[in-house]
Design a protein around this ligand. Structure first.
Ligand SMILES: C[S@@+](CC[C@H](N)C(=O)[O-])C[C@H]1O[C@@H](n2cnc3c(N)ncnc32)[C@H](O)[C@@H]1O
Length: 207
């Protein structure tokens, strides 16, 4: 997401500690007492997370985003709800914020495809990330991935398979028969408006 640095973004984050905890590392292992924990990595402006939190009040949602300017827009578009929070952080530091087995579901929605081979390590389905996810996912946890980028999709499916994940509900055109419970992200809506295909898959670790 290309976005100019937004003056005052950090202040926007600081003004809403109920949504953006000031010391998220201190919540490691304690994000929720009894609700399932679902985390969106690279949450962007937070449309998906806000709608999911509203739709599923019995699930606790956390969105992680590395760019404070982007996150400040997410904060502004979010109502104070006790089941949604945002973390200003990098996915590579995931274990600083989440304990082993703490996350029940990871959402990877339209994460940057990094098409150049020399940038492969930055893709959020590169093996080092898939190993990180194994650490923080609960035994029945899974990853739901959506993208508009066919090459990134093929790459991700391959990496999931090579790294011990099993696949479920793979579709090459999500919007052809869009499930009623599909919640569109900001990017997904943009691509849908241009009639672009959306790819989706679920990945989980066998018990
Ligand atoms: C293309 S946008 C998609 C946003 C949103 N998920 C959607 O579907 O509308 C990807 C977002 O992921 C964030 N991102 C990319 N790599 C990240 C990382 N390593 N850690 C945290 N956020 C990251 C970017 O800053 C950007 O806001």
């Amino acid at each position: 997401m290309r976005l100019r640095k937004r003056p005052g973004a950090m202040e926007v984050l600081r003004e809403r500690p109920g949504i953006v905890p000031q010391k998220p590392e201190q919540l490691r292992g304690q994000w929720t007492e009894d609700k399932p924990l679902h985390v969106e990595l690279g949450t962007g402006k937070g449309r998906f997370l806000a709608r999911m939190a509203e739709k599923y009040p019995s699930t606790s949602f956390v969105g992680m985003e590395k760019m404070e300017s982007v996150l400040s827009y997410a904060v502004e578009g979010m109502e104070q709800q006790d089941n949604v929070r945002l973390v200003h952080g990098n996915v590579s530091d995931l274990q600083d914020y989440f304990a082993s087995g703490e996350i029940d579901r990871i959402y990877l929605n339209f994460t940057d495809p990094w098409p150049k081979n020399r940038h492969e390590k930055r893709r959020l389905t590169f093996p080092t990330f898939l190993r990180l996810y194994k650490e923080v996912l609960s035994p029945r946890g899974d990853i739901h991935l959506k993208t508009d980028n066919e090459d990134f999709f093929t790459y991700s499916v391959e990496q999931f398979s090579r790294n011990g994940y099993h696949l479920n509900n793979l579709t090459l055109n999500l919007h052809a028969h869009e499930p009623e419970d599909n919640v569109r992200t900001e990017y997904e809506q943009k691509f849908a408006d241009r009639a672009q295909r959306i790819f989706r898959v679920e990945a989980y670790l066998p018990e």
